[in-house]
Design a protein around this ligand. Structure first.
Ligand code: ADP
Length: 259
């Protein structure tokens, strides 16, 4: 991927991890986690060694998406072992707290939790660590931006105006903290009826491409609203892993190759 070779800056690297990218969104529910999972899997199909850090500590969804559960082990009493699903090493706050327990945390606790998930996990040798950030522009995003050298951030948005407005805020935040924005992805870009083939633009269409052009960042691609993407995610077998030759899996692959 083109993210390779970007300067690391002065922030401390995570040992063994070559590149860290953040998957971000301005608001919740736009498919950021689904995109992070499928991109992580798509990177493995490019032959990369991949980790997936669920930094969405208020609403961790990676355990479910990757079909994982249970507490992480520690071999040395200091670092946690990531769990492995479809060849991707995964760490999430969701492994540590019960699924229905709310995280009622203030900023400093959020920051220390993310730092621990980054640095006190035995990631081993990784080419790329994909971080699924919480939505918005808060403490988690700043911690990521300021404590590790991020190769860049990818922003996921639906084509809806309200989502794009928030995506733009996210984009500007990363620019302010000198994190390169690697591009925008339009999720839920359109819906094709499986029965009659009619295409509906449920949340409008093309807005993310326009925003990317306006902001001078790359438009990475569009992913339709599709029942198979939702069902495979809910079943813990994301589409890139379970249906690798499907058009949607290939679309994620094309996006991953551009990053
Ligand atoms: P976020 O991380 O932005 O909150 P999620 O990835 O959790 O969003 O997605 C929200 C919901 O939308 C989930 O139920 C997910 O399965 C579904 N979803 C996300 N992207 C798609 C898509 N392209 N097609 C169908 N359902 C999707």
């Amino acid at each position: 991927p083109a993210a390779a070779g970007r300067p690391a800056g002065s922030k401390a690297m995570v040992p063994g991890v070559r590149h860290i990218i953040a998957i971000a969104s301005g608001k919740g529910g736009v498919g950021k986690s689904t995109t992070a999972t499928n991109l992580a899997l798509a990177f493995t199909t490019l032959g990369l060694r991949v980790g997936l850090l669920d930094a969405d500590i208020y609403g961790p969804s990676q355990p479910r998406l990757m079909g994982l559960s249970g507490r992480p082990e520690s071999r040395d009493g200091k670092t946690l072992e990531p769990k492995v699903s479809f060849g991707v090493k995964v760490m999430s706050m969701g492994f540590i707290v019960e699924e229905d327990t709310p995280m009622i945390w203030r900023g400093p606790m959020v920051m220390s939790a993310i730092t621990q998930l980054l640095r006190e996990v035995n990631w081993g040798e990784l080419d790329i660590l994909v971080c699924d950030l919480p939505p918005g522009t808060g403490d988690a995003q700043l911690t990521m931006a300021q404590s590790v050298p991020l190769a860049g951030a990818v922003i996921v948005s639906t084509p809806q105006d309200i989502a794009l407005l928030d995506a733009k805020k996210g984009l500007n935040m990363f620019r302010k903290v000198d994190v390169p924005v690697l591009g925008l992805i339009e999720n839920m870009s359109y819906f094709s009826c499986p029965n009659c083939g009619h295409r509906s633009e449920i949340f409008a269409h093309g807005g993310a491409r326009r925003e990317a052009e306006k902001a001078g960042v790359e438009f990475l691609g569009e992913i339709p609203l599709d029942i198979q993407i939702r069902e495979t995610s809910d079943a813990g077998k994301p589409i890139v892993a379970s249906e690798p030759t499907s058009a949607h899996a290939l679309a994620y692959g094309e996006i991953a190759a551009k990053i």
